[in-house]
Design a protein around this ligand. Structure first.
Ligand code: NAD
Length: 253
């Protein structure tokens, strides 16, 4: 049995991760962590990993950047690999993750879905091939999301940047500047509304032609099952290191 801890277990994603783990058959949820602390039936819910003294093979986190210090401290001290799916980390927090990954395996991805990771590979190729095209990214999410732009939009911008012959500037709003679009920009726009799980569109706009590459997540299960795949991968990882979906799926295309 794979012994899994779920951080943020009472949130929208945490609940779906718990369900995916229950359905897997070979996974045992040893405990969950959440500030809300509500009972969850089949596993204990603690307010912090510091209060957990049982056994675990891996921890899956879908919570908040505020939870990161306690998670890193726990992972390093107890040698428990961490799957970090939470988005919105600061540059300092991202550096702390890298430093902790020298001592314990950490898997970090702003988007755990297979489809998005294939999209990223396509975006890099399209950006390299479509010389002179303007690149714009539009992301849509539910009205509860607090960070903007989405971590996935930034990952897609990075994927485009890898294919471009120049280092692009990211532009998040055009309202305050009255000037034509610079050729080296990647515009990133965020839309919030309803219960949209996650839509990302990358537009390549050239003279008299456009190409749109788009991914829509229909349910949160795509992220939860990706996170469990990442957990299995990490539990079998050869040693400390910072892993991502690229390591999991290899060179897809
Ligand atoms: N990487 C991916 O594929 C992916 C996919 C979906 C969501 N996310 C990210 O996962 C995170 C959670 O998303 P959600 O929709 O489930 O949010 P949510 O608000 O529904 O759930 C978050 C849960 O974490 C708990 N929490 C907050 N701070 C905590 C702390 N310090 N310690 C322990 N628990 C804490 C909250 O009480 C809540 O129950 C967000 O950052 C979101 O952007 C990532």
């Amino acid at each position: 049995m794979l012994k899994v801890l779920i951080s943020g277990c009472n949130g929208h994603m945490g609940r779906v991760v718990a369900q995916i783990c229950r359905e897997a058959g070979d996974v045992e949820i040893t405990a969950g962590f959440d500030l809300l602390g509500a009972e969850n039936g089949d596993f204990p819910v603690l307010s912090s990993p510091a209060a957990f003294f049982g056994e675990a093979d891996v921890l899956i986190d879908f919570s908040s950047p505020a939870a990161l210090p306690a998670l890193l401290e726990f992972g390093v001290r107890r040698r428990v690999p961490l799957v970090l799916a939470t988005t919105g980390y600061s540059a300092e927090q991202a550096a702390a993750v890298e430093s902790a990954a020298e001592r314990v395996p950490i898997f970090r991805s702003g988007n755990m879905s297979l489809g998005i990771n294939v999209l990223m590979a396509l975006v890099t190729k399209a950006a390299a091939a479509l010389e002179g095209f303007d690149v714009e990214i539009v992301e849509r999410h539910h009205n509860r999301k607090v960070d903007a732009p989405s971590g996935t939009a930034l990952m897609l911008a990075q994927a485009a940047a890898e294919g471009l012959p120049y280092v692009p500037d990211y532009v998040y709003e055009r309202e305050s500047v009255r000037k034509p679009r610079d050729k080296r920009e990647i515009g990133i726009s965020s839309i919030r509304g309803g219960n949209i799980v996650g839509d990302h569109e990358v537009l390549f706009a050239g003279r008299d032609e456009t190409i749109e590459l788009r991914h829509s997540a229909m349910s949160r299960e795509v992220f939860a099952s990706g996170a469990l795949r990442a957990a299995r991968f990490l539990a079998a990882a050869p040693g400390p290191g910072l892993y991502s979906m690229k390591d999991l799926v290899g060179q897809i295309i």
